[in-house]
Design a protein around this ligand. Structure first.
Ligand SMILES: C[C@@]1(CC(=O)O)c2cc3[nH]c(cc4nc(cc5[nH]c(cc(n2)[C@H]1CCC(=O)O)[C@@](C)(CC(=O)O)[C@@H]5CCC(=O)O)C(CC(=O)O)=C4CCC(=O)O)c(CCC(=O)O)c3CC(=O)O
Ligand SMILES: NC(=O)C1=CN([C@@H]2O[C@H](COP(=O)(O)OP(=O)(O)OC[C@H]3O[C@@H](n4cnc5c(N)ncnc54)[C@H](O)[C@@H]3O)[C@@H](O)[C@H]2O)C=CC1
Length: 220
């Protein structure tokens, strides 16, 4: 398996089945701003509400192979092995990316367990050997990666954008990015030591740096 982070905003994703597993997949697709179409005779209450609000398209019927047209990603999450296999075959015929809920061997992509803090994402895969272990590891990681990572990334992202535009020398830029990551920087953010953080940034960026230092403190 080759790990990537995919931009699916505004892209059509088709989910066959509307039960508990389909619901979990659909909620994460909506978080990524996908255009979700669900094909299933029945939906969970949460999915029924999303369909009523127009946040997902619902075709209240059984799967037909023509349903996969224009889908970037295809998910089969029915309780019928036979239907899920038919979805896998139709997707393979169209060369599409497909996830089959009850058959890891028919998936050409699997959904990882994910920890998020702002722009930081940490994804865990067990290659289908134990989703329960993936979920356990996700919870352990979550305990170690608090909101200070989101604040730090927001800050580093802004500094990096300015450095990419303003510092022509690549090795000088790399040194700067390394030096920014002081071993105590997360602690300063976590503990609200804004003055200590700003003084470090001034040291690394230089006294003349024209940079707005306000965000990390406000974000706490
Ligand atoms: C191959 C894969 C395909 C895919 O779905 O992409 C797949 C397949 C199957 N899952 C099954 C069972 C469970 N799946 C979960 C939960 C999650 N499953 C997810 C991913 C994946 N599941 C992919 C592999 C990822 C990997 O291993 O790294 C997560 C990470 C992501 C997500 O789905 O969003 C999400 C946790 C999210 C989180 O908590 O962070 C739980 C726990 C629960 O429900 O709480 C159980 C019950 C406990 C257990 O069985 O371990 C079964 C057997 C069904 C049966 O018994 O019949 C199959 C089919 C089979 O194995 O044959
Ligand atoms: N990949 C994963 O993370 C997990 C996968 N599973 C597997 O996922 C499958 C689904 O599990 P649940 O969501 O709990 O089942 P469920 O019984 O809650 O939902 C099944 C859904 O499939 C729909 N359906 C049935 N036939 C259909 C057809 N011909 N066309 C379209 N939709 C159809 C039903 O209307 C229902 O909405 C099971 O095979 C289960 O073993 C279970 C747990 C986790």
């Amino acid at each position: 398996m080759y790990p990537i982070f995919l931009s699916i905003s505004g892209r059509r994703c088709v989910v066959i089945g509307g039960g508990r597993v389909a619901e979990r997949k659909i909620l994460s697709l909506l978080e990524a701003e996908a255009h979700v179409r669900v094909i299933s005779p029945q939906l969970t209450d949460a999915l029924t509400a999303l369909a009523a609000e127009g946040r997902i398209d619902w075709l209240p019927r059984c799967f037909q192979s023509s349903d996969l047209a224009e889908a970037l990603l295809v998910f089969a999450a029915t309780d019928s092995r036979y239907v899920n296999e038919a979805v896998a075959r139709a997707a393979a015929a169209g060369g599409q990316l497909v996830n089959i809920a009850d058959a890891p061997e028919l998936c050409n992509f699997q959904v990882p367990a994910v920890v998020r803090q702002g722009d930081l994402s940490i994804a865990v895969s067990t290659n289908g050997k134990s989703p329960a272990l993936a979920a356990r590891i996700r919870k352990q990681i979550e305990a170690d990666y608090g909101p200070e990572y989101a604040v730090l990334l927001e800050l580093l992202g802004r500094i990096r954008e300015q450095a990419l535009a303003g510092i022509a020398d690549g090795s000088a830029r790399r040194n700067l990015f390394e030096n920014l990551l002081h071993e105590d920087i997360l602690g300063w953010i976590r503990n609200g030591q804004g003055e200590r953080l700003r003084s470090h940034l001034r040291t690394v960026l230089g006294p003349d740096a024209n940079f707005d230092f306000s965000q990390p403190e406000n974000n706490r």
